[in-house]
Design a protein. Structure first.
Length: 233
C-alpha cells in the first residue's frame, strides 16, 4: 500500500519525469531508463468508456482483466480535453519553476496523440495491478511490452511499442507519473510544485501528449497517472 506522496524524475533526451501523490510532502528520485527497441503491437482499443470527468472510472474494471485479454480503452473527447486543458492552462502562463533558470515564458499548447495515450495506459495498467510506482515496467505479466521483450520494459520501449516512433527515430520524449488520492488538478499541482516537473511541463520542445488515470486494483483510494509527452507533429 502506498502511503505518501512520491516524486521521481528521470532525465533522457529532454526531461523524462514522474511524480506521485497521495499525501503531504514529496521525494525526488532520479532513475535512468533503458533504450531497447520493442515491437509495435500494443493492444486493441475499445469503444469510449470514460465518464467524461477525467476520472476514467470505468477503466478500473479493465485493469483487472487477464493480460491475455489486454485492451486499451478508448478515451472520450471530453476526457482528452480535460487533460489537455489542465496541462495547457499551466503552459499558458510564464512561471518560475524554481530550477535556477528564472521565469520561463508561456509555451505552445500541446495537442493530443492517441499513441502516446496508448503508452500511458499500458504503464498505468502495469502499475495499477502491481502497486509498483516506477518508470521501468515491473517485468511481470502486467508489463505488456516487457513480456514481449523478455525483460522489464523501459519508457522508451513503451513509446516504440505504442507506435509513436520507430527505434531509429527515438529522440526526445517525456513520461510523468503520479500516484495517490488524486484527480487531474491534484496531479498538476504536484508536478508544478516540483522544479524538475515544472520545467518538463513548461518545455516548448514538447508538442504532443497523452494521459491516463487508472485506479489501483488493490487499493481503491489510489490512482495512477501516466502523462506522456513527445515532439512529433
Amino acid at each position: 500500500m502506498i502511503k505518501q506522496t512520491m516524486v521521481s524524475m528521470v532525465v533522457f533526451g529532454f526531461l523524462l519525469a514522474s511524480c506521485g501523490g497521495g499525501g503531504g510532502g514529496g521525494v525526488v528520485d532520479k532513475t535512468p531508463t533503458d533504450k531497447t527497441p520493442s515491437n509495435n503491437s500494443q493492444g486493441t482499443i475499445k469503444e469510449p468508456s470514460f465518464t467524461g470527468d477525467g476520472s476514467q472510472t470505468t477503466i478500473d474494471n479493465t485493469a483487472t482483466l487477464s493480460p491475455a485479454n489486454y485492451v486499451i480503452p478508448s478515451i472520450s473527447e471530453v476526457d482528452k480535453q480535460r487533460f489537455l486543458d489542465a496541462v495547457n492552462n499551466a503552459r499558458a502562463e510564464a512561471r518560475d519553476c524554481g530550477d535556477g533558470k528564472g521565469v520561463v515564458p508561456a509555451a505552445n499548447p500541446l495537442t493530443w496523440n492517441d499513441r502516446l495515450y496508448g503508452a500511458a495506459y499500458e504503464h498505468n495498467y502495469d502499475m495499477a495491478n502491481t502497486d509498483k510506482f516506477q518508470h521501468n515496467g515491473t517485468g511481470t505479466q502486467y508489463d505488456i511490452t516487457g513480456t514481449k521483450l523478455g525483460r522489464a520494459s523501459g519508457a522508451n520501449d513503451r513509446f516504440v511499442s505504442s507506435g509513436y516512433f520507430e527505434e531509429s527515430l527515438a529522440t526526445d520524449y517525456g513520461e510523468n507519473l503520479a500516484v495517490g488520492n488524486l484527480d487531474i488538478e491534484g496531479a498538476m499541482k504536484l508536478w508544478l510544485g516540483s522544479s524538475g516537473h515544472c520545467a518538463n511541463l513548461m518545455s516548448a520542445d514538447f508538442k504532443e501528449m497523452g494521459m491516463s488515470r487508472v485506479q489501483s486494483v488493490n487499493n481503491s483510494g489510489y490512482y495512477y497517472f501516466t502523462h506522456t509527452l513527445g515532439v512529433n507533429q
